[in-house]
Design a protein around this ligand. Structure first.
Ligand code: BG6
Length: 485
């Protein structure tokens, strides 16, 4: 038999046996790898994440008010496939089954968000206890299953009423309302929820919601106003931190969950690394850096010029209220940087057209991002606790005739990113946990149901969840506490 033929036969046989696997999750239990044998630190927190509008559905139930996403998805042409979050994953009703899926992965933590308009239908004023009750049920069910609830206060579903009355995040009235809402939630849930993220991805909802009109509320404001909205989001973060401290149970931890502008040294030399440190601080000057340092950098103010936000010292104090951890959403490399003798001290390189990306065009594959960004962030901001609050990828995720989803591209992505994350923790970078985006396919904002990020495939007609092969992969990583390259 020629080599060619035997290879082909082998491939066929291997294919058949793969197809014979009854469930990818029925794998033998992996043994945890002891520290030193190439693994994550003991106690490393493994989790998955979702957000309210993307999974809950039930948008008119139990007194929920309208959010800006309910309205925005109605605007013709805004959502690629014309869908919306009315039904999404019906998680509002199926949360118990979904928690069982989290448990099946072996996750110790689940990051979810509270829909503000469920709790305050108008954003402020009269609360709606029935809305909060959903989160009471969710939290209790998580704890019953040995899963830590990690709560995000804001994942973009702003109450429409605040948009209508105040222009949303253009006004500090919305910041104040957010502080009051944070206090209300903290008072009622932090007897069981020990960790709270304030705002998810200010960088995304500000620039996409108020800058280029891609996300809700779909505005395209001039730069000065965008900078003001960004400042207001930092202020809202600070007010929420203070509210959690004042109204939460003692020891509740709180921090941001930001899509940090990811800067990476083009080459691993001390000069390039230094340039990347400077770049990370400057490129994140309008949010993470002002949160940590309590001031806008000189370079940021100079660059913004007359477009710089207007603020007071008192606001800077609130913005920089001490946090307990940094949550970083890390997906794609944004800037590869080199040293420069220009005043900034760094220069971002152009990204070649041929740079590889995953199924989503924006999602460049750069596994080293999840090594460098936490490492540099820990150094420049002297933080002792970082959580990767999101990482993951979309995929084509076709269901094969045997009913399974062999998402080897997602496994490739995760395997490489997790190997780099492990490398960071092995060097002592204080990354304490990782939340994979996402538990299951869901309503992916402007992409509608077209983009799938889940470990579980969702048939949105039947609501059937099916584990993808990556669910087995992740389960194995968690069981071994090692990236397992
Ligand atoms: C993050 C968001 O930006 O990336 C998630 O926090 C989102 O909510 C995920 O689902 C994927 O983004 P997108 O734009 O591809 O749907």
């Amino acid at each position: 038999m020629s080599d060619k033929v035997s290879r082909r036969r082998f491939a066929k046989l291997a294919g058949l046996s793969a197809a014979g696997i009854t469930s990818p999750l029925e794998m033998s239990e992996a043994k945890p790898s002891p520290r030193g044998a190439g693994g994550f630190p003991p106690g490393f927190l493994w989790g998955t994440a979702t957000s309210s509008y993307q999974v809950e559905g039930a948008v008119t139930e139990d007194g929920r008010g309208a959010s800006i996403w309910d309205n925005f998805t109605r605007v013709a042409g805004k959502i690629e496939d014309g869908t919306n979050g009315d039904r999404a994953n019906e998680h509002y009703h199926r949360y118990k089954d979904d928690i069982a899926l989290i448990k099946e992965l072996g996750c110790k933590a689940y990051r979810f968000s509270v829909a503000w308009p469920r709790v305050f239908p108008d954003g402020d004023g009269k609360p709606n206890p029935r809305g909060l009750d959903f989160y009471n049920r969710l939290v209790d069910e998580l704890l019953k299953n040995g899963i830590e609830p990690w709560l995000t206060l804001y994942h973009w579903d702003l109450p429409q009423s605040l948009q209508d009355r105040f222009g949303g995040w253009r006004s500090t009235e919305t910041c104040k309302a957010f502080g009051d809402y944070a206090a209300y939630v903290a008072e009622r849930l932090t007897d069981r929820v020990r960790n709270v993220f304030t705002l998810n991805e200010s960088g995304r909802f500000v620039y996409f919601g108020y800058g280029n009109g891609i996300d809700a509320p779909g505005l395209m404001l001039p730069q000065a106003e965008i900078n003001q909205v960004r400042h207001n989001s930092a202020l809202a973060h600070g007010l929420a931190v203070q509210a959690v401290r004042a109204h939460g149970s003692r020891g509740t931890r709180v921090g941001p969950a930001e899509n940090i502008d990811a800067c990476i040294p083009a080459i691993d030399t001390p000069e390039h690394v230094r340039a990347a440190e400077i770049a990370l601080r400057e490129m994140n000057a309008s949010y993470l850096n002002v949160i940590i340092e309590g001031r806008y950098t000189d370079a940021f103010l100079k660059f913004a010029g007359s477009d710089a936000p207007k603020y007071t010292d008192a606001e800077l104090k609130i913005i920089s209220s001490p946090v307990d951890f940094l949550g970083l959403n890390i997906y794609a490399p944004q800037h590869y940087v080199v040293p420069s003798d220009q005043s900034a001290g760094f220069a971002p390189l152009p990204i070649p057209k041929s740079f590889p990306h995953m199924n989503s065009d924006w999602l460049r594959v750069g596994p080293e991002t999840i090594y460098w960004v936490p490492k540099l962030a820990a150094k420049i901001w002297k933080t002792s606790a970082i959580y990767v609050s999101e990482n993951g990828t979309s995929g084509d995720d076709r269901v094969t005739p045997d009913g399974k989803i062999y998402d080897t591209d997602r496994i490739m992505y995760l395997r490489n990113y997790l190997a780099q994350l492990q490398r960071a923790t092995e060097e002592g970078v204080p990354v304490r946990g990782y939340f994979l985006w996402s538990l299951m396919d869901n309503f992916e904002w402007v992409f509608g149901l077209n983009k799938r990020f889940g470990l579980y495939h969702v048939n949105f007609d039947t609501q059937v969840r099916t584990p993808k092969l990556s669910a087995s992969f992740y389960r194995n990583v968690i069981a071994k506490n090692a990236a397992g390259v």
